[in-house]
Design a protein around this ligand. Structure first.
Ligand code: C5P
Length: 219
C-alpha cells in the first residue's frame, strides 16, 4: 500500500490517540497528536506567567520558545525549549487551558505552520480537531471518531485516575463537555467532520475493532 497521510479528528476522549497509535503500528506509520501541541503552548504560557488573552503576549512568547515534536516509533514526544514535556501536559488543568487558547487565531496560525511542516512526509497519521478540515484538507483518508460522552469520560477517567488528586468521574465528564462545546463553537477551525470523512462511532467498539474498520476503509 502506498504511503498515505491519514487524519483522525473527533471530540475529547473519543480514543483518537489510542487508535492512532494502534493504526500507526499496524501500518508501520508514525502519528502526531496535535492536541499535545496546544497543550504545550498552554503550558508555556502558564510557565511564562503571561495573560493568554493578550494577543501580543502570545506573539512574544512564540518568538522565545522552541516547541519540538519528534516522531518516534513508540509515539510522538514533545519538547519545550529542549525539555521533554510529553507527560507534564497530561493534566485536566492543561487540557482546559489548551481549549481556551486554541480559539486564538495567533495560536492556530503558529501551529498550522508547524503541523504542515510535520506533514511533509507521508506515512503519517495526524489526530486532532481540524486535521481533515483545515490543516490537511487534501489528506488521503479522513476519519471522524466519536463516542457518547459517558463512555468518553469513563475512558479518560481510567486514563487519568492514578495521576491526579481530587479527580472524579463527574469532573472529567463536566470538563469534557465544556471543552467539546468550546471546540465546536469557536469561530476559527471548529471541531467538525470534514465532508469527506468516514465517521466511526467507537462507543461499543474496542480499539482493535476500530482499527479493523479503518483498515478496511483505507484499502
Ligand atoms: O486532544 P486533546 O484533548 O489533547 O486537545 C487539547 C485541546 O487542544 C482541545 O480541547 C482543543 O481545544 C485543542 N485542539 C485543537 N485543535 C487540534 C487539537 C487540539 O483546537 N487539532
Amino acid at each position: 500500500m502506498r504511503s498515505l497521510l491519514i487524519t483522525i479528528d473527533g471530540p475529547a476522549g473519543a480514543g483518537k490517540t489510542t487508535v492512532s497509535r494502534a493504526l500507526a503500528k499496524r501500518l508501520s506509520y508514525t502519528y502526531v497528536d496535535t492536541g499535545a501541541l496546544y497543550r504545550g503552548i498552554a503550558l508555556a504560557a502558564r510557565d511564562a506567567g503571561i495573560d493568554p488573552d493578550e494577543e501580543t503576549n502570545l506573539e512574544n512568547l512564540f518568538k522565545t520558545i522552541a516547541l519540538t515534536c519528534t516522531k518516534t516509533p513508540a509515539g510522538p514526544r514533545l519538547s519545550l525549549n529542549g525539555v521533554d514535556i510529553s507527560d507534564k501536559i497530561r493534566t485536566p488543568e492543561i487540557a482546559m487551558a489548551a481549549s481556551h487558547i486554541s480559539a486564538k487565531p495567533v495560536v492556530r496560525r503558529y501551529l498550522l505552520t508547524l503541523q504542515r511542516r510535520l506533514g511533509k512526509d507521508k506515512g503519517v497519521i495526524f489526530e486532532g480537531r481540524d486535521m481533515g478540515t483545515v490543516v490537511f484538507p487534501d489528506a488521503d483518508v479522513k476519519f471522524f471518531l466519536v463516542a457518547d460522552l459517558k463512555t468518553r469520560a469513563a475512558r479518560r477517567f481510567v486514563e487519568l485516575g492514578h495521576k491526579t488528586e481530587a479527580l472524579s468521574l463527574e469532573r472529567v465528564k463536566k470538563e469534557m463537555k465544556i471543552r467539546d462545546e468550546n471546540d465546536s463553537t469557536r469561530s476559527i477551525a471548529p471541531l467538525k467532520a470534514a465532508q469527506d470523512a468516514v465517521v466511526i462511532d467507537s462507543t461499543a467498539l474496542d480499539v482493535h475493532e476500530v482499527v479493523e474498520l479503518m483498515i478496511s476503509h483505507i484499502r
